[in-house]
Design a protein. Structure first.
Length: 401
């Protein structure tokens, strides 16, 4: 089948996902506009060569509604011949958008595409648009859904992960991210954001907290011990009767905060890239999507990684670098233990506890980090795995060319 190559990957900085964040005054369209213009300027192709543009966006309402991808293409002056669409697979949306584009290219249904993600929680609050899976009591009881934070606590309780491990993991994520930022590891992919008067708003990730220390994080109160916990705990313990209760582990210091951001990837087949004079950075070896136990939704990323590695006929040792989302610290700890990964191979430049999670853009953002990291370290093969709500997970394996 046709091989799919990654020609470029860009992202905005991650801004704080609230009204105090540097990107609050920036419309989501303008975040996409900056990424689209960066891709076309950096690679000097005529935009009519793009066959499709696929965007992950978890809250497609308000500023992000009405097919924001197609709107952004027109707003950015791209050819009117370029279609656009947006999809939602929760945290895996951005990675799934890239997988869909790659699948089209593999099938011969296109030869050059744009894919990625967007989320601006500072402007479009997800809590205002929640669906039945998280807000309808009858549906929740029927399908056995529990809040994602409590699900992470259940994961930690079941696998004997303690608060000290989770806090240490979170501190390490902050340290790796700050070290990478100081070393300029993201300079090649981050697109600075300016206001309408061309005044710089943000040119590096805003959410990082490099001054947090072990005593401070250890003193933080858990944030999922009370709200609706009793009813959800009863339902969860019916599935896991050996547990007496679900312990609380997660605080604002060891979970990923909401963040604003956008990220886009340019990908296509070899022939089209050669014709346009594009330089391939990597090729996509495999992509996978799974679904698992809704009560422990965070297992989806692990299962997706296992599936992708098996389908690619690889082994864990064949993957040089791994990136995964750290929506909750227990998820990162479990992922690292499950695959027996040394700290320098998992989220080597830091994870989403440090950067925050623009959930629709998450997969594309991590792909840009992985690509930079592989090139910087002179390594060959990398994997991105995303655990998503609903028990789902998506994974992609890439190889430097």
């Amino acid at each position: 089948m046709t091989e799919v190559y990654i020609y470029d990957a860009v992202r905005t900085p991650c801004g704080k996902g609230d009204t105090a964040g540097a990107l609050f005054q920036v419309k989501p369209l303008d975040l996409l506009n900056r990424c689209l213009k960066a891709l076309s300027n950096r690679n000097t192709f005529e935009t009519e060569h793009i066959n499709d543009a696929i965007l992950g966006c978890v809250v497609p309402f308000g500023d992000q509604g009405d097919n924001v991808m197609k709107t952004a293409l027109l707003y950015s002056g791209w050819s009117k011949e370029v279609p656009g669409m947006q999809i939602n697979r929760f945290q895996a949306s951005g990675l799934e958008a890239i997988s869909l584009a790659a699948g089209k290219i593999t099938a011969g249904w296109g030869d050059l595409m744009i894919a990625g993600g967007l989320e601006s929680p500072s402007r479009v609050r997800r809590s205002n648009f929640r669906g039945a899976i998280s807000s309808d009591p009858n549906i929740i009881n029927l399908i056995g859904s529990i809040p994602s934070g409590m699900s992470a606590d259940l994961l930690a309780t079941l696998h004997n992960i303690d608060r000290i491990e989770i806090d240490e993991y979170a501190l390490a994520s902050q340290d790796k991210a700050f070290t990478a930022q100081k070393a300029g590891c993201f300079d090649n992919s981050i697109i600075p954001i300016y206001d309408q008067n061309n005044i710089l708003l943000l040119n590096q990730d805003e959410v990082l907290n490099p001054t947090i220390h072990s005593e401070e994080i250890a003193a933080m109160d858990t944030i999922f011990p009370k709200w609706g916990r009793a009813g959800f705990e009863v339902a969860a313990l019916k599935k896991y009767p050996l547990l007496e209760k679900i312990k609380a582990f997660h605080t604002v210091g060891n979970i990923a905060p909401m963040a604003d951001g956008a990220a886009l990837v340019l990908l296509g087949n070899k022939e089209k890239g050669k014709k346009l004079g594009l330089t391939a950075k990597a090729k996509i070896l495999m992509a996978s999507t799974v679904s698992s136990d809704l009560s422990i939704m965070h297992l989806g990323g692990v299962k997706a990684a296992e599936k992708a590695i098996q389908q690619a006929k690889l082994k864990v040792k064949d993957i040089d670098l791994w990136y995964t989302n750290e929506s909750f610290g227990a998820l990162g700890v479990y992922f690292q233990k499950h695959f027996s990964l040394p700290a320098n191979r998992l989220n080597a430049c830091g994870g989403t506890i440090a950067f925050g999670e623009p959930i629709g853009a998450l997969g594309a953002m991590l792909l840009s980090m992985l690509l930079n990291d592989l090139e910087r370290q002179g390594l060959k093969r990398g994997l991105i795995s995303i655990a998503a709500e609903g028990g789902m997970g998506s994974c992609m394996i890439i190889e430097i060319v």
